[in-house]
Design a protein around this ligand. Structure first.
Ligand code: FAD
Length: 470
């Protein structure tokens, strides 16, 4: 072990090989405080060359490597196991913006760049980098790529897979796969970058990327619309899509009780009024690259009232009010955490099936456990809900975790959905993923893993079976 630490220090400098508990502690626990791990060292390279040398050393010594960027994973995917054999490779020092090309509409970045900084740099250049979600002040581009992060504007701009044109990856043996191309068209064989996107650090270490930029919206309009059921929310989505076309940027769904809970527990967020008039609320955002004149949401919501799709609505009259509406949506996880319990599910269902799924899953859960206290919210426009389950009292949810997941996932399966829309598999969902994924799909994934990481050193204990590379 002393030899390995010395060799690592020779590559990245002694100050960037952390071995003391006080220095490593923050890297070894996940955001939810559920997964805790141990390592020989946390290694903080500053260049691709250093990552390459670290990986070569790890490959030669058979040392497991856990890549980590912002450590905001909600499924324990960037946390090492408890054996203490691994090194944790933190990309946080590789945080430069290398260039912005306003003609090609691209930005070239290092993988440890914090998402919020990428957004700001694009804005300063008069452009938009549209990936946005509540952890954007900590999550980094490398982590966003390795998890194919989504967020609040996927409906219009797509998720990370849609926002990237090129990446650079250090392979498990230290060789550098340079695919740093800013091309929107490139049909020269397999598009290998997509293998690494959503691979959760199990196939290679992403070190740099070329991402897409867009026109900065000049005007945006936000509303909260109360509806009687999820089916009406889906119909409202259809109406807004048909009226606003590509201007529709976000369409989120929240249970009224989620909003009430935010109002009761988060002092910094205010709720615009009484939301008890409807059990579900849609947060709608339209954005335009040119000022459209009158607020288009006014006429759309008027039509929705006439069709009896909407029971109540609040329109944001200023940027400040629009931010306040989004703050409600983004504060739901924190409000739920105040109450306790709260088991996260992150499901993907075809939008046309969403209402049936929600009804069936809530009914199946309350039949099995009368103390269920759900918190259902998320990106309805993308067919993705955070179907979170709390309980009264809070400890019951975690005591019955297996049964709850079994019940929700059975409904997901019945609708041909996915048990992870955007958070990934990590450690939290590995058992269910291995049990539910199509065996042939799993076999193909395992073959790819063996081809790219034959010694099985990259992020063991996540996603695939432990013995894939044995
Ligand atoms: C409050 C909150 C809200 C969130 N909302 C959303 C949301 O709306 N949408 C969404 O998609 N996610 C969301 N997340 C989840 C999380 O923020 C994302 O998964 C994010 O993309 C992780 O980025 P990170 O830099 O923190 O990655 P980490 O947590 O450090 O790592 C995540 C995974 O990627 C791997 N990895 C990290 N960097 C690299 C690299 N350079 N090369 C190879 N592998 C790497 C790790 O090994 C790990 O498997 C949320 C999280 C929180 C805490």
């Amino acid at each position: 072990m002393a030899d390995l630490i010395e060799a690592l220090a020779e590559i990245v400098g002694k100050a960037n090989v952390l071995t003391e508990d006080a220095d490593t502690a923050g890297y070894l626990v996940d955001w939810t405080n559920r997964f805790h791990g141990k390592v020989q060292a946390v290694v903080r390279p500053a260049t691709t060359q250093e990552v390459s040398r670290v990986m070569k050393l790890a490959s030669e010594t058979g040392t497991p490597v856990v890549p980590q960027s912002g450590n905001t994973s909600l499924v324990g995917s960037g946390t090492p196991d408890a054996q203490g054999r691994a090194i944790l490779l933190s990309l946080s020092r590789m945080n430069k913006i290398e260039s912005i090309d306003a003609i090609n509409d691209t930005m070239t970045v290092e993988a440890g760049l914090v998402l919020e900084k990428a957004q700001q740099a694009a804005k300063d250049a008069g452009r938009l980098f549209p990936l946005s979600f509540a952890a954007e002040g900590t999550a980094c581009l490398g982590g966003c790529l390795a998890t194919n992060a989504g967020g609040t504007a996927v409906l219009r701009y797509g998720n990370m897979r849609d926002l990237v044109l090129g990446i650079e990856v250090v392979l498990s043996d230290g060789r550098v796969l340079n695919m740093m191309r800013g091309l929107r068209k490139d049909n020269t064989g397999y598009d290998l970058k997509h293998l690494f996107i959503a691979s959760e650090g199990t196939l290679g270490v992403i070190t740099r990327a070329v991402v897409k930029l867009f026109a900065l919206p000049q005007a945006s309009f936000t509303a909260l619309a109360g509806v009687g059921c999820v089916q009406d929310a889906a119909r409202l989505l259809e109406l807004v899509k048909s009226k606003a076309g590509p201007a529709l940027t976000g369409f989120e769904l929240m249970q009224a009780k989620c909003i009430e809970r935010v109002g009761q527990t988060i002092d910094s967020v205010s709720v615009p009024g009484d939301v008890s008039s409807a059990p579900w609320w849609c947060l709608i955002e339209l954005s335009y690259s040119r000022e459209p004149g009158a607020n288009p949401l006014e006429s759309i919501l008027e039509e929705a009232f006439e069709k009896e799709l909407v029971a109540d609505a609040f329109l944001a009259n200023s940027v400040k009010e629009s931010r306040a509406f989004w703050a409600i949506r983004e504060s739901i996880p924190s409000a739920d955490a105040h109450v306790g319990g709260n088991l996260h599910n992150d499901v993907s269902i075809e939008i046309s099936d969403m209402a049936d799924f929600v009804d069936e899953a809530l009914e199946a859960l309350s039949k099995r456990y009368e103390w269920i206290d759900s918190s259902v919210f998320g990106h309805l426009g993308d067919g993705n809900l955070h179907f979170n389950i709390g309980s009264v009292p809070p400890e019951l949810a975690f005591e019955n975790e297996e049964g709850i997941r079994e019940t929700v996932y059975a409904c997901v399966q019945a609708h041909n959905g996915s048990i992870s829309a955007e958070h990934g598999i990590g450690q939290l969902k590995r058992k269910h993923f291995l049990a539910l994924k199509d065996p042939l799909e799993l076999e193909v994934m395992e073959r790819i893993k063996r081809a790219l990481d034959p010694k099985g050193i990259l992020n063991p204990g996540k996603l695939l079976r432990d013995d894939v590379c044995a």
